[in-house]
Design a protein around this ligand. Structure first.
Ligand code: GCO
Length: 451
């Protein structure tokens, strides 16, 4: 059976990671701009100030995408570039940049997949309490309207927010990502709820004001458990690992973030284990959060294998000594693209779109001037073969957006990690298509038949 005819092949990036031009074009500051000024926040003192200079090189980048035959390009919009204060006055210069980028993509026959928010929160709103302010969902909805009014005559695929698990947990709880706070559980839960509400309100805005029929989703971390064997017991263990909340250690659990969005309720145990922290909620909040969506956006890279435990519990299977790892030391676990889609489709019943998947690799320019990244080719090949299995088993797969189109600023890891299909020489900005970019072009051309 394989991938369906209209399967969407693409690649993804995010504004702060590639754009640069951090202090240009009347852009307002965001929390990553500010945290990068703090010595020690990012490895080697790297910043996104210049990044891949995509702001100035977007035409060259779209030309490379065209050469690769990408059908879709997922990118995010810098909220503070468009609304320097987060709300209120629109910065036309900032909006124009996205206008031109969308035009360029459409002219190249590449479908724009727009993420409204990928972590670069406006600093002006952070100073007003950010996701802890009860008005924060309305601020996001106002921003969404500005974007939809301007781009929805050409953009018909939207994602509201990217990985709230990371920007809330790492940014507000653990302090390792911007804005770098270490708040207690009660505040983290409040910020989480407000960001989910912001998602719901943004979906309402897109549906109401879009100039064309459109598809909307959200890109969450898809935490996945691979069953060790094909027995029903191990399958149940995997489901349980993914969706049952058994303690207050639940801030990364799928069900806490996904159930309100897709099922309209918080898991009972999430509330039970956090009773003393549970945030105040409006009566209609869950109804707003639970907007109908068109696809299930899944960002997945690596995960665990589980088996049924003796006492009806779930056991995480220890990885074998010497197991395969990426440059970032993430385990290579291709089976997540088989089981993740299966379990998410079964529970939430939406077509699956892998919104991110890829790896960091120690790429370099070889003596022949090329980037021979065989490891990436093998990695993606293995993952995509597993993804194909999900299609063969009847899971509705919408597409695959590789992370990432370009090497870029990997948050707290700075430029130490290279995730791109295209190599970036940061001092000069020069781009080189890696071997994997040519290989991916063939995958796209054959709709995955060459895997
Ligand atoms: C993420 C991200 C990307 C990362 C990628 C690799 O959502 O974590 O969306 O910004 O760069 O996942 O770590």
């Amino acid at each position: 059976m394989g991938f369906k005819k209209d399967f969407v092949w693409g690649a993804a990036t995010a504004s702060y990671q590639i754009e640069g031009a951090a202090f240009e074009g009347e852009k307002g500051l965001n929390v990553w701009d500010v945290c990068c000024m703090q010595p020690g926040f990012v490895k080697d003192g790297d910043t996104g100030n210049v990044a891949c200079d995509h702001y100035h090189r977007f035409k060259e980048d779209v030309a490379i995408m065209k050469k690769m035959g990408l059908k879709a390009y997922r990118f995010s919009i810098s909220w503070s570039r468009v609304l320097p204060e987060g709300v209120g006055k629109v910065n036309e210069e900032g909006l124009d940049f996205y206008d031109k980028l969308v035009d360029e993509l459409v002219a190249a026959g590449i479908e724009p997949y727009v993420t409204l928010f990928h972590w670069d929160y406006p600093d002006a709103l952070f100073r007003k309490g950010s996701w802890l302010n009860p008005d924060s969902p309305k601020w996001f909805a106002e921003y969404a309207k500005v974007i939809v009014d301007r781009l929805s005559d050409r953009v018909t695929h939207w994602m509201t927010i990217n990985e709230p698990q990371c920007y809330i947990n790492l940014g507000y709880g653990e302090g390792t990502h911007a804005p770098g706070l270490k708040l207690n559980r009660g505040y983290v839960l409040q910020a989480a709820h407000n960001t989910l509400l912001a998602h719901g309100m943004a979906v309402q805005v897109i549906r109401k004001y879009s100039k064309k029929p459109c598809e909307i989703g959200v890109a969450l971390v898809g935490g996945i458990a691979i069953p060790e064997t094909d027995t029903e017991a191990d399958y149940n263990a995997a489901r349980s690992y993914m969706f049952d909340i058994k303690s207050d250690n639940m801030m990364w659990s799928d069900a806490f973030w996904m159930d309100p969005i897709y099922l309209g309720k918080y898991p009972e145990n999430a509330i039970k284990f956090n009773e003393k922290w549970w945030p105040k909620m409006g009566q209609d909040d869950l109804k707003i959060i639970n907007q109908p969506l068109d696809f299930f956006g899944m960002n997945s890279y690596h995960d665990v294998t589980v088996r049924a435990g003796k006492d009806g519990g779930v056991e995480v299977v220890k990885k074998k000594p010497g197991y395969a790892r990426t440059a970032m030391h993430w385990a290579v676990t291709p089976e997540i693209l088989h089981y993740g889609p299966k379990f998410f489709y079964e529970r939430y019943k939406l077509p699956i779109l892998v919104t991110e998947n890829g790896l960091s690799n120690t790429d370099t320019i070889f003596l022949d001037g090329k980037v021979h990244d065989n490891y990436r080719i093998d990695f993606l090949n293995k993952y995509l073969l597993e993804y194909k299995k999900a299609a063969d088993e009847g899971v509705d797969l919408k597409g695959y957006l590789q992370w990432s189109f370009l090497d870029n600023f990997e948050w707290a890891e700075g430029y130490n990690e290279r995730f791109g299909l295209v190599y970036v020489d940061y001092p000069t900005g020069e781009r080189t298509m890696k071997d994997s970019a040519y290989w991916y072009a063939d995958v796209i051309k054959t709709n995955g038949e060459n895997l």
